[in-house]
Ligand binder design. Structure first.
Ligand SMILES: Cc1cc2nc3c(=O)[nH]c(=O)nc-3n(C[C@H](O)[C@H](O)[C@H](O)COP(=O)(O)OP(=O)(O)OC[C@H]3O[C@@H](n4cnc5c(N)ncnc54)[C@H](O)[C@@H]3O)c2cc1C
Length: 220
């Protein structure tokens, strides 16, 4: 599972200049007061100045993670490997920890089983997952062997199968994604990737990122 920054064209100055064009001003470098301007824009939800920069990532993750990711529609672009044109690889998500859920829908807490106390359940759960992956993979290969098209053979593969995508976003859509996916109630698998992506927002746009955090991680 990984998220890798391919390129970025992003700095805090992009926000400042997008906002200052309203009064026909331009700064070549960050000046005194520019950090306060960014903080003000964030707080007051003046969101559009945060749309003039760009991040591009390559992501490898299981299909169930992509299902969540692709729900983010506004200010995000995606291109994903096609299982119609490309034969998938037998790479499946095999979690180290096994979690149980406690509570009720909307309020679940997800608690990892304890490696020693729950060793039996953990081992059995992993056996079931791995056995299911093997069985599905073998069915996929059998269908391809019969000459069935990849677009149909793939229907037997599980959501734990890995996929790849190119994901691009702007700082505003990025922050909205982070607010929801690098958050305590997000599923751990997407949260870890969102946390890894967030480091790039922090390093390219430190003042914007700090304002986002000060604003309670609410995107403008
Ligand atoms: C913890 C968690 C649990 C979730 N559980 C479920 C679930 O059980 N089932 C499920 O289906 N989804 C679920 N989701 C997905 C969630 O409903 C959103 O689809 C996803 O988080 C993307 O958010 P978004 O729509 O705000 O983002 P984007 O699609 O990027 O939209 C950004 C913003 O643009 C505006 N916008 C976009 N489209 C419209 C529109 N059509 N009309 C009006 N305004 C619009 C809204 O202000 C929106 O916040 C869950 C998400 C999280 C984080």
């Amino acid at each position: 599972v990984k998220v890798e920054l391919l390129k970025a064209c992003a700095e805090d100055l992009d926000v400042v200049n997008a906002a200052r064009v309203s009064v026909d001003q331009w700064h070549d470098l960050m000046e005194e007061g520019d950090d306060k301007l960014i903080s003000y824009l964030m707080r007051k939800k003046h969101g559009s100045p945060f749309e003039h920069a760009y991040f591009q990532f390559r992501v490898e993750a299981p299909i169930f993670v992509f299902r969540e990711w692709h729900r983010h529609r506004v200010g995000h672009s995606y291109n994903e490997m096609s299982a119609r044109y490309t034969e998938l690889q037998p790479i499946f998500y095999k979690p180290d920890e096994i979690r149980i859920q406690i509570g009720r829908p909307g309020h679940y807490r997800y608690v990892p089983l304890k490696p020693e106390a729950d060793a039996g359940i953990i081992a059995e759960a992993k056996d079931i997952m791995h056995g299911s992956f093997e069985q599905s993979w073998s069915a996929y290969q059998d269908l391809l062997g019969l000459g069935v098209a990849k677009e149909q053979a793939r229907v037997v593969l599980p959501v734990g199968t890995y996929s790849k995508m190119i994901w691009s976003c702007n700082p505003r859509s990025f922050m909205h994604f982070l607010a929801l996916r690098n958050a305590p109630d997000a599923q751990k698998e997407i949260r870890l990737l969102a946390a890894s992506a967030e480091q790039h927002l922090r390093s390219y746009m430190p003042i914007t990122h700090a304002a986002f955090v000060e604003n309670g991680r609410v995107a403008p």
